[in-house]
Design a protein around this ligand. Structure first.
Ligand SMILES: C[S@@+](CC[C@H](N)C(=O)[O-])C[C@H]1O[C@@H](n2cnc3c(N)ncnc32)[C@H](O)[C@@H]1O
Length: 298
């Protein structure tokens, strides 16, 4: 089965990494799948755990997904909304900015979806006051019938998976989510990469980074952390300092981001997955202090 694509896009979306992440899970999840930085939820959508706690500080993502879950946002509603709003956009490009202004006042999740799927470069960026500030993609015919059908199908697929699962969506800081983890749970953590995706919801300080490391080191659950290893300019200086020692394992691989505006984001990046369980049965994977490049081009 191919990867199920969620209805929203965000920086650092892991669509391309889903097969690798699934391969690294090893065993079925007995308890709750905990994702403290759920973003687009593409990973949960494809792992399809029965129980999940999906949290993020971005209230707009959570509100859209809650709407799909409680069926106030159904595929049919999305179709009509995008057809009507897309028509207005096709005759007046400035209409995008009217929706943006409306969204920044009302926080309507359908407006959020509209903006997310018609903004420049498909990025999700909010200014320091928490207002969405990405310009229009300059394609008046953005919401073609084919594009609307694609989005509606993504909403339907999301809704189908959510309706047969016990998933909880919450606006929360990762600290309050991670203290809830128990031995049978599985934590997948995909934090913002420091200094990369800087915006209102993605501000990430050295304090956040060290708090995350401490929480993960103390969690009774198995965890898998996505982080960056290096790009052509530099290596992640914190990786070795944070994970040196026994009991943590890593897999590295090269990855190419497609969502992003700057050259830096479009260059290949070597990513690392860090776990507190062995990734390969026979050799107990690569313990962190023997880190080596074992992945291929993604
Ligand atoms: C790299 S993205 C996650 C991408 C996600 N795995 C996906 O595939 O779509 C990081 C996410 O962390 C969220 N975030 C940033 N700071 C946070 C915090 N302190 N607590 C919880 N979530 C946070 C952002 O809103 C963003 O959605």
């Amino acid at each position: 089965m191919g990867v199920i694509v969620p209805p929203i896009k965000c920086q650092g979306i892991k669509t391309k990494l889903v097969p690798l992440i699934k391969e690294c899970l090893k065993t079925p999840i007995k308890g709750t799948w905990i994702e403290p930085f759920c973003g687009s939820c593409v990973v949960a959508l494809n792992v399809q755990p029965e129980q999940a706690l999906l949290t993020d500080t971005n209230e707009h993502i959570i509100s859209l997904y809650r709407g799909i879950q409680d069926q106030t946002i159904k595929p049919g509603i999305v179709k009509i909304f995008l057809e009507e709003e897309g028509k207005k956009l096709s005759t007046d490009q400035e209409y995008y900015y009217r929706v943006r202004e409306r969204f920044n006042k009302s926080k309507d999740p359908l407006d959020f979806l509209f903006l997310n799927r018609s903004c420049f470069n498909g990025v999700m960026r909010f200014n320091k006051n928490g207002k969405f500030n990405v310009p229009f993609c300059h394609k008046p015919e953005r919401f073609s019938q084919a594009y609307i059908t694609k989005i509606v199908n993504q909403v339907r697929a999301f809704s189908e998976v959510v309706s047969r699962s016990e998933w909880i969506f919450e606006i929360a800081d990762f600290r309050t989510t991670l203290v809830r983890s128990k031995p049978d749970d599985f934590v997948y953590a995909d934090p913002p990469y420091a200094g990369r995706h800087v915006d209102y919801f993605n501000t990430w300080s050295a304090n956040d980074e060290s708090a995350l490391i401490n929480h993960l080191k103390e969690t009774p659950s198995k965890f898998l952390l996505s982080t960056w290893h290096s790009n052509k300019y530099r290596s992640n200086p914190l990786l070795e300092a944070n994970w040196q020692g026994s009991g943590f394992f890593t897999k590295t691989f090269e990855h190419f981001y497609h969502v992003g505006s700057t050259e830096d984001l479009r260059n290949p990046m070597t990513e690392a997955l860090i776990t507190n369980y062995a990734l390969l049965e026979e050799d107990k994977s690569i313990e962190y202090n023997q880190l080596s490049f074992i992945g291929g081009r993604n």
